[in-house]
Write a protein that binds this ligand. Structure first.
Ligand SMILES: [Zn+2]
Length: 747
């Protein structure tokens, strides 16, 4: 067997789906596993992942994730990452704690920079300088300004998780796993519950690192156009210091529930007495190792809930029981997958009806069959997204790493989820010979599956006070046990910790970090091809860029022409364009047609100041994509939307307003700082003002009022919408932006 730099090559194969040569290696001395993808993508990616099963709710994995980034053997600076980021070309740099794993991913387009980052990461995870002070700073400590002052808990993760627990969506995310798997590792909270974090000791913290941050427990991933031998050489220099170790495998299926569970959990509703409940129904599914089963369930999710016109999504909205859909969707990032859906904005007395609506809808779909057009649309949408592999601003290689981990981490084949063609063909074959393929999946994995939980997240306006009182009592009780000398020691400790934190970093330690030099940079800046022309009054902007046969077609509408009072409507007008239906088709048929005949149509807005400070750029875009063969359908759909949009469906419009209101409200806590920034920015520039009007606090107030106006003044609302459409859809101010390689464009 071929050996290179201490690694044995286990497997080598071409994966045409992702245009890569894939090699799987095992480090001979330690057993560390490496997936190395070679391709022509200059956005090189690296990630090292450890299985980190949380033993309890102290947030041990999360605190350790923060701590290893606070300086290491080779790079002893206090904050190597913040220092590095100042001079790095990283396109991604982060660390992430999941329910069962901790991942350290980076990406960069500059080879030197890339290896610098990988080196700093490897030193950080294998040789961090974690001391009792690290746990105090990143985890928790007693904090006291003076002997007669108040004693409090402080710590980066402690404070972060307090913020986390104040958002009902984040509580729901944590409780979903806990409710389904109370008796295995998924029943514990890897992020940390503020009530449990202060139970964590330095001994546990240190031992957890020694046990799990070991090469024998690592999955290492490389991707991109760099020299693949360099990868192994660098890795071996770190791994070969270690001896192979047996680390217990924490993954086993949770015992099946004999009947579904119901869980009620309070959440901090603040003073807002109107706050409504959140209800979800969640199913435990098998492991994600059977790639065909996983992919089929992903398509099934798209069929049931992929768009507001999908049968389960629509049934929930039509029920009027809540304002918007909630739940995790299909989660494949754990040893047992989860299927989860529900509603937010539910009145307490309706909570039990949400579960009934979900189960009845699924039952009906199995009995009556799913609309074949819905299946066709979902299959096409899913297949298009697989082939396009458009990860937006997120590095493609890292998206592939996470896809691979969904099998690799649990002992499965790391490459199988990436090579999807054969799986897709097999599903299509099964569907062709069995029209009820997806109905059977609903029956087997959802309806007949008793391993299910229903979570009711109940608003409780005194919940926060109760938690704070508990914390106060705990601190006071502890303080009562301390002598004066012990209290003096805590005060001194508080000051010492703060001084250390505030002291500037040692210049010698910073100098050890591998910074880029000017000579490491490419002297040429990259230009994207742009050709501008005029056609019938509209401006056409064309980009000759290889797009794998896909046409990207964006229509831009200038918002400068919109009267001031109509600006807030723009926050939801993109949804109105796509989800109200046309004179020819209702919105379900229109959505199915978009799903089955295109690669997708979406809307977006740009609100920014021009770089030369000559004014604001304010645009709404209707963005469509499809293969060459879909061009005619695509243009037909766009013209239907623009020319025959149907606005006078009061019920549908009200659903859109309520959904938008509920999702804006759900963003308030997790994105509170963004809301404040938007409000402040609205006073500085025109684009800032427009952004606030159509997305900030002003927008939320507008939506709350609009929900009432739909009932009390529908004619007035309709007149506004009609006026907005007339101002917006205007050929003279339109821009058309097309991306497609020249050989295809000439056709
Ligand atoms: Zn964190």
């Amino acid at each position: 067997m071929a050996q290179q730099y201490g690694f044995e090559l286990i497997r080598e194969t071409e994966i045409p789906e992702i245009n890569s040569k894939a090699k799987v290696f095992r480090h001979i001395k330690t057993g560390a596993e490496v997936v190395s993808l070679e391709n022509d993508d200059e956005n090189k990616c690296f990630g090292i992942t450890f299985v980190t099963p949380p033993p309890d709710d102290t947030g041990l994995p999360h605190i350790l994730e923060h701590s290893v980034l606070c300086g290491s053997r080779k790079y002893p600076s206090k904050d190597p990452f913040f220092e590095l980021v100042k001079g790095s070309l990283a396109t991604f740099i982060n660390a992430m704690t999941f329910a069962d794993k901790t991942v350290y991913p980076v990406a960069s387009q500059n080879t030197k920079d890339f290896y610098n980052l990988v080196d700093v990461y490897l030193d950080a995870v294998f040789h961090p300088n974690i001391t009792p002070d690290t746990l105090k700073q990143e985890g928790w400590h007693y904090d006291m300004e003076s002997p007669d002052g108040e004693m409090v808990y402080k710590g980066v993760v402690f404070n972060e998780m307090k913020g986390f627990y104040s958002s009902p969506d984040q509580v729901l995310y944590l409780e979903t796993g806990t409710s389904l798997f109370p008796d295995n590792l998924y029943g514990a909270n890897s992020g940390g519950n503020p009530q449990a974090i202060p139970n964590l000791t330095y001994e546990q913290f240190k031992a957890f690192h020694e046990t799990y941050y070991h090469p024998s427990n690592a999955r290492i991933f490389f991707y991109g156009d760099d020299n693949p031998e360099e990868r192994l050489k660098l890795l071996d220099s770190y791994l070969s210091e270690f001896e192979r170790k047996d680390i217990p495998n924490p993954f086993a299926p949770h015992p099946e529930f004999s009947e579904p569970r119901r869980v009620t959990i309070p959440f901090d509703a603040g003073e807002d007495a109107d706050n409504k409940a959140l209800v979800t129904v969640n199913w435990a599914l098998p492991d994600p190792l059977n790639v065909e089963r996983t992919l089929s369930l992903q398509v099934l999710y798209q069929i049931l809930l992929g768009t507001p016109a999908s049968p389960l999504y629509k049934a929930l909205l039509d029920s009027g029981l809540g304002e918007d859909i909630a739940g995790l969707g299909l989660d494949t990032d754990a040893y047992q997958m989860i299927f989860s859906t529900g509603m937010r904005g539910v009145a307490l007395e309706d909570a039990s009806k949400v579960e009934a609506t979900i189960l009845e809808t699924l039952d009906k779909l199995v009995k009556d069959g799913i609309d074949p057009l819905e299946i066709e649309a979902a299959m096409n949408t899913y297949e298009f997204s697989l082939r396009e592999y458009n990860t937006g601003g997120f590095p493609r290689g890292l998206a592939m790493m996470f896809t691979s981990l969904s099998s690799w981490l649990y002992g499965g084949d790391p490459l199988a989820p990436l090579a999807y063609e054969a799986t897709l063909a097999s599903i299509k074959e099964k569907l062709a010979s069995d029209k009820h393929y997806f109905e059977k999946l609903i029956d087997q994995y959802l309806l007949k599956n008793t391993h299910r939980s229903t979570i009711l997240l109940e608003p409780d306006s005194s919940y926060r006070q109760r938690l704070e009182a508990q914390e106060r009592a705990r601190l006071d009780a502890y303080r009562a046990t301390l002598s004066d000398t012990e209290i003096e020691a805590i005060v001194a400790e508080t000051h010492r910790l703060r001084q250390n934190q505030e002291a500037p970093d040692d210049p010698e330690a910073i100098a050890k970090l591998p910074f880029l030099k000017l000579s490491d940079l490419d002297r040429q800046s990259r230009n994207f091809p742009i050709e501008v022309s005029q056609h019938d009054g509209a401006t056409i902007v064309y980009h000759d860029i290889f797009s794998n046969g896909i046409t990207y077609f964006d229509l831009g509408f200038d918002l400068q022409t919109i009267p001031q009072n109509l600006i807030p409507y723009l926050g939801l007008f993109g949804t109105v364009l796509l989800e109200m239906g046309t004179e020819k088709e209702d919105f379900v048929r229109l959505t199915q047609r978009i799903g089955s005949k295109t690669g997708g149509i979406s809307t977006s807005t740009i609100t920014t100041e021009k770089y030369d400070r000559s004014g604001s750029a304010l645009w709404m875009f209707l963005r469509a994509k499809g293969t060459q063969a879909q061009n005619d359908d695509l243009l037909g759909i766009l013209s239907d939307i623009l020319l025959t949009l149907k606005l006078n469906d009061k019920e549908r419009f009200k659903q859109i307003v309520l959904t938008e209101k509920a999702s804006t409200e759900a963003r308030l806590v997790p994105a509170g700082h963004m809301m404040v920034a938007s409000r402040l920015g609205s006073h500085l520039t025109l684009s800032g003002w427009v952004r606030e009007q159509m997305g900030g606090i002003h927008y939320l107030f507008f939506l709350r009022e609009l929900a009432n106006r739909v009932d009390n003044d529908w004619d007035g609302v309709l007149a506004d919408l009609d006026s907005l459409r007339k101002h917006l859809i205007n050929r003279d101010t339109m821009i058309c932006n097309i991306t497609l390689d020249a050989p295809n464009w000439d056709k």
